[in-house]
Design a protein around this ligand. Structure first.
Ligand code: FES
Length: 140
């Protein structure tokens, strides 16, 4: 049942680019859950979260090994470059920035995912170049 809800949340999110309260309510009615219950399920996973997302979702790892290897500096560079904070979306809708737990790349910490692509051993210069490449169409 929970799997069905997650699957529906993901499908609607992909189709519409986001989830509104009407979507959550509709799914809840279908599965006998109230709005708060569906919201709680939806916010557990990034892929089903109602939060707005950019075309390129930057998920930066905030777990301890990445923090010890300079994640805060990387985050600061990303926020400066994108002019948004965590959970923000750039004005052009191209990027959104999200803080996530370990993404399984601790050996190349600090690390982040841009959609499904992994980037590790990040430096300030490297993240600026990644953003620049995507803006210049090399992220397609
Ligand atoms: S702690 Fe950051 S990828 Fe594992």
């Amino acid at each position: 049942m929970q799997t069905d809800i997650l699957s529906e949340l993901k499908t609607i999110r992909e189709k519409k680019g986001g989830l509104g309260s009407d979507d959550l309510r509709e799914i809840g009615e279908k599965h006998g859950k109230n709005l708060a219950g569906v919201y709680s399920v939806s916010t557990f996973y990034t892929e089903t979260s109602p939060a707005k997302r950019g075309k390129y979702r930057i998920n930066i790892c905030r777990s301890l090994p990445c923090r010890m290897k300079g994640m805060e500096e990387i985050l600061s560079n990303l926020m400066d470059e994108l002019k948004i904070g965590p959970e923000g979306v750039t004005e052009d809708g191209l990027f959104s920035l999200h803080m996530v737990n370990c993404i399984g790349a601790c050996d190349s910490a600090p690390a982040m995912l841009v959609n499904d692509e992994l980037f590790g051993d990040l430096t300030g210069g490297k993240v600026r170049q990644i953003i620049k490449d995507i803006r210049n169409g090399k992220g397609e």
